[in-house]
Design a protein around this ligand. Sequence first.
Ligand code: SOE
Length: 385
Amino acid sequence: MVGYAFMGAAHSQGWRTVGRVFDLPLEPRLAAVCGRDGSAVRAAADRLGWAAAETDWRVLIERDDVDLVDICTPGDSHAEIAIAALEAGKHVLCEKPLANSVEEAEAMTEVAQQAQQRGLVAMTGFNYRRVPAIALARRMVADGRIGTLRHVRVSYLQDWLVDPAFPLTWRLQKPYAGSGALGDLGAHAVDLAQYVAGEPVAGVSALTETFVRERPVLEGASVGLSAAGGGALGQVTVDDAALFTGRFASGALASFEATRFATGRKNALKVELNGERGSLYFELERLNELYFHDQTEPGVSAGFRRILVTEPEHPYLEAWWPPGHGLGYEHTFAHQARDLVHAIAEGTAPAPSFADGLQVQRVLAAVEESAAKNSVYTPVPVTSA
Ligand code: SOE
């Protein structure tokens, strides 16, 4: 694994757990973790359960005991590491968004497709697909339970940037992160909408905004500084929020909201689909539940009902706890690991593949293009008499 911060810790948890819960065709072993700071990466290896630590990812991908490289670094290094790892004959799991640009994602996808012919698997890490309730929603849509799709509504709201004193971390700088709330949260929203609906977004129209344009620079960071009064401030070069509408080829309409400024919302991801025969509703803060409205029931007693997604027949649940005991955020990473191990062992195409990650990247690029055109129409003001 390359990188060991929040996502690296979450992936490690998934890798440590997966073989103890699911019957797997291969046994994952946590061979080595990589980071630039020698003592920090050794401490991370001990804490997260990796057998060894490396300080150079080029050395890591050449190790004979490494078959799979899991990339949990900021987006600016995804393309270089993923391409080198595939060329070194390793399977790859790469965190979302797949890359910082469409061009990088295209190059990664091309290499992944060539590598697939040599039996190598390359997966994009959209973990929320692996929430059992989300996987059930997809199954129900595919089974026609909500009929012809009319609307998909996804919002992904956080609030950790509300304080203007929050420092200028890598997530707020385009060269490292590619984009802001759009790539970080909007990428999940787009992937989920497409995954559950079962079709790609075909067109978008968007608004983005950066509410706080300068933030305190972290010591030792190399960014363009402005000589403002107190401490040094640096430019925020990504969006704080992205709002967009979308259209599916089937004619269904979608709306998306991704923001880090929704005060009080910590990790609030909501997905709703409305079809001619019914609706489905999910929210991450209650992730063991899926709400279903069946429009074919008599109106007098119809309404949204709660499906508690903890039955052994539900996706991923056969291996977990008895009904009603519930899963959480971390389990999505064990499920992702399970699906990846199966794809590797069985030689099947992984989902989401790098091509799926590229497709999301293209939607994000279309959102940025639309927002840059700023085609906002101004209503004529009403003047009071
Ligand atoms: C940070 O905003 C973040 O950790 C994202 O990067 C993750 O993908 C998301 O799952 C939670 O929020």
